[in-house]
Design a protein around this ligand. Structure first.
Ligand SMILES: C=C(O[C@@H]1C=C(C(=O)O)C=C[C@H]1O)C(=O)O
Length: 445
């Protein structure tokens, strides 16, 4: 048995609000599902193939920084969850219904970026077999009715962005890590690997998009969701994108992850060779090695918390519109902590982050070298992004293939690549461009 992580920090002042909610079942949604609700730039979004949730407004928020960012978020969420109540007869009916927080975490403990949990006022949710509307209040005396919830939702959907003012295009410039700096970083990373300092590290760069009008967030999200239907589209407090990588998903006592590592650009692939990705990706020793290190880092951290883990012996080739990836879906049965509680999605996000898919092996050596070589604050790029409910169910993707909105018309994009002994700087630079393609296309750049 494993000891549960401390439920509250020793100096944690309980300032979590007492929330109550009402959840109303709704009929089947149109084929487009949740996308019909992605119309505002300030909505909270988590979704894939029309399922997921869209949040409006905010009734509570927790911001944390530094080494304790996960612990602070966990303690705050434990307080919120413990006190949350539901209106009689309107209890949550599915994971993610009822009181729920959208969450985003900085990649590194030294980041200036806040890690944030936001509880929305309204949530429209949809899963394979149900859809619902939840309204949440921090005023225990407020009566929460379906009429009230529908009225507020209609208002929220009415105040859509003025399409005439939104951006049509713009320019993309180097960020903190230019192309030259990136290739130099990769060369230095390979040298460190050759010197035996570490086995793998993931190096990233950024690029700044200056648009000719306000970022058309909702439009970008809808486009990403439609084109990248195998990815999880997210928007939490200015962090937006569509990630193909699931750090962890918790549904009751089941945990799942989708590990990616190993990438092949589709734009340079021969059109007439259907076996190309299997031969060049699945058959390549460097890519297989990089992938195995990512799986090992996940299973090593997850192992002590589960009674059973199924990790396939062979990765599969995940085809996205821009690239192919080597992918492995891992599933596990969670063991309760010795206090009887099942590890939550938040607990697991903390334990699993950062995997070797975005940091390296060994973790500490890679994290140190990333700080030194990149010399940029990754902010929330490559950190966990997703949601958690009061029961501990939730989904945390790794915030990849996206960017951070820095001002009304400016968004910073990020992309990184796994570096092993056989990596070539120019090839890694090209791969980083392929990984920025989804956002560039959605932004019209
Ligand atoms: C770091 C990123 O992607 C990660 C690195 C990969 C690789 O190097 O092959 C593949 C998928 C992701 O785990 C990114 O998209 O920025």
């Amino acid at each position: 048995m494993t000891e549960a992580p401390a439920a509250a920090l020793p100096d944690h002042e309980v300032r979590a609000p007492t929330l109550h909610s009402a959840t109303f079942e709704r009929g089947p949604m149109a084929e487009s599902g949740l996308l019909d609700y992605v119309v505002r730039s300030d909505a909270l979004v988590w979704g894939r193939r029309g399922d997921g949730k869209v949040g409006f407004g905010a009734v509570a928020r927790c911001d944390a920084r530094g080494t304790d960012r996960f612990a602070t978020a966990r303690a705050w969420w434990a307080d919120v969850s413990r006190r949350a109540t539901a209106a009689p007869g309107q209890e949550p009916t599915a994971p993610g219904a009822g009181v729920v927080a959208f969450a985003t975490f900085a990649f590194d403990a030294t980041s200036a970026a806040a890690s944030t949990l936001i509880v929305p006022r309204l949530v429209v949710g949809r899963s394979a077999d149900s859809s619902w509307l939840t309204i949440i209040s921090d005023d225990p005396s407020e009566e929460l009715t379906l009429e009230q919830a529908e009225e507020e939702l209609a208002l929220a959907l009415d105040e859509v962005d003025d399409e005439a003012e939104l951006h049509r295009g713009g320019t993309l410039a180097a960020g903190h890590v230019s192309e030259d700096a990136f290739t130099a970083c990769v060369a230095a990373g390979v040298a460190a690997i050759d010197a035996g300092e570490l086995t793998k590290l993931v190096l990233a760069r950024d690029a700044v998009a200056e648009l000719d009008g306000p970022v058309a967030v909702a439009q970008v999200l809808r486009e990403l969701a439609l084109r990248y239907s195998d990815c999880w589209t997210y928007s939490v407090d200015g962090l937006i994108g569509a990630t193909p990588e699931m750090l962890v998903r918790v549904d009751g006592a089941t945990a799942q992850a989708r590990v990616l590592a190993g990438t092949l650009d589709r734009s340079t692939a021969p059109a007439d060779d259907p076996h190309y990705p299997h031969r060049v990706l699945a058959g390549d020793e460097k890519q297989r090695h990089e992938h195995q290190l990512a799986i090992d880092s996940l299973t090593a951290e997850l192992g002590p918390l589960v009674s059973e883990m199924i990790a396939p012996a062979e990765p599969f080739v995940l085809q996205l519109p821009n690239v192919w990836h080597l992918a492995s879906d891992v599933q596990a049965h969670l063991t309760p902590y010795d206090d009887g509680r099942t590890p939550s999605a938040l607990d697991l996000a903390e334990v699993l982050h950062p995997t070797a898919a975005v940091c390296g092996t060994p973790t500490e050596a890679a994290a140190g070298l990333i700080r030194r070589l990149e010399g940029m604050d990754r902010g929330r790029y490559a950190g966990p992004v997703g949601w958690v409910d009061a029961e501990g169910n939730g989904e945390f993707g790794i915030a990849l293939r996206g960017g951070v909105i820095e001002s009304t018309s400016c968004i910073r994009l990020y992309a990184g690549c796994g570096i092993v002994a056989a990596s070539d700087p120019a090839a890694e630079l090209a791969e980083s461009w392929a990984k920025m393609r989804p956002m560039r296309e959605a932004l019209n750049l």
